[in-house]
Design a protein around this ligand. Structure first.
Ligand SMILES: O=C(O)CCC(=O)C(=O)O
Ligand SMILES: [Fe+2]
Length: 329
């Protein structure tokens, strides 16, 4: 994308009703901050409560070192600062390209308005199957992201274990197909001369199982809570964790996959997002042990592959991607 431009290009300007505008969004002091070092039973209660009320929480004392949290942001910035010729071989506009892919906005060819974000997406698990496709330049790229991806995946699986216990599901429910993949997105939001006209990312819910976001120290993320946008301001060295659509369905609506968006700003912002994701072939449905006659299933059973196809088109058309999965729809 454009790096620094004095005028926002027409193709990035949203229609007035979709712009963030001048409206000042309050920082949210109520999104729970959870210490992973705490007592296990209390921790489980806190995670479940936060996931029910907000679908989001910030996690501290998570075990990933401060140095590694910072290093990935530095190396990611070094990648985006490389000359265009160096980055170009990763660039693809094909939304079905699942390899290590550099793109700008979301679906540049098909979308009506573009979003103020460049991203590099890479698969991370199993590491040895994917690392060879990752950039070799900057020189530390594979080493730093290799270490980080293993630690973040383990952390994600640990949180899923706590959620599993908190929901009362059988041990290991999220192991295997529901957490088979790990995809990382290095998001680069360039400085924008008029952030009121554009969005870094539009309102969306994450389609996978669980997200762990390292958002650095520049604000930009906002969550929809009770129909109001609230800012999730950066907390040093914390992960922002959020429940994804598949976890909402498996929990039969108990846990919430909250809508969120990213606003641009006049300084650059770099974030590293890790998605723990299901395999394409896995069947998703409300967990059998969570449904009963008095608590009937809210969602149909479907294959993740089929959902991923409709998610892209639904999101483009501004539709709720979960609507046609509801029983009775
Ligand atoms: O960069 C951020 O703050 C959030 C990114 C995000 O929501 C996503 O990649 O799905
Ligand atoms: Fe997201």
């Amino acid at each position: 994308m454009c790096s620094i431009q004095s005028v926002v290009p027409e193709s990035y300007i949203l229609p007035p009703e979709r712009r963030p505008g001048q409206h000042v969004v309050p920082p949210c002091n109520t999104i729970p901050v959870i210490d992973l070092d705490g007592n296990r039973n209390e921790l489980i209660q806190e995670i479940i409560k936060a996931s029910q009320e907000y679908g989001f929480f910030q996690l501290r004392n998570h075990g990933v070192s401060e140095e590694l949290m910072k290093d990935v942001l530095v190396v990611a910035k070094e990648f985006f600062d490389l000359p265009v010729e160096e980055k170009q071989r990763f660039y693809s506009e094909d939304p079905h390209n699942e390899g290590c892919r550099l793109k700008t906005s979301i679906d540049f060819v098909n979308e009506k308005v573009h979003f103020w974000r460049d991203s590099l997406r890479q698969n991370c698990h199993p590491l040895e199957e994917h690392i060879q496709q990752w950039p070799e330049n900057p020189a530390r790229y594979r080493e730093v992201f290799g270490l980080y991806s293993v630690e973040v995946r383990n952390l994600g699986l640990r949180i899923l274990d706590l959620i599993c216990e908190g929901l009362g599901l059988e041990t290991g429910y999220f192991e295997g197909g529901l957490s088979q993949g790990h995809m990382m997105s290095l998001n680069h939001y360039p400085p924008c001369s008029d952030p009121t006209l554009v969005l870094g990312l539009p309102k969306h819910g994450d389609p996978f199982t669980l997200t762990l976001l390292n958002q650095g120290d520049v604000p930009g993320l906002q969550v929809l809570k009770d129909e109001q946008w609230v800012a999730v301001d950066p907390l040093p060295n914390a992960f922002v964790v959020n429940i994804n659509h598949m976890l909402q369905i498996i929990s039969n609506g108990k846990l919430k996959s909250a809508y969120h968006r990213v606003v641009a700003s006049n300084v650059a912002r770099m974030t590293i997002v890790s998605f723990i994701r299901p395999s394409m072939d896995v069947l998703i449905e409300p967990a059998k042990s969570l449904v009963s006659e008095s608590n009937p299933p809210l969602y149909k059973c479907f294959r993740f592959r089929d959902f991923s196809r409709t998610y892209i088109t639904d999101t483009h058309e501004g539709k709720d991607p979960l609507e046609h999965l509801m029983i009775g729809s």
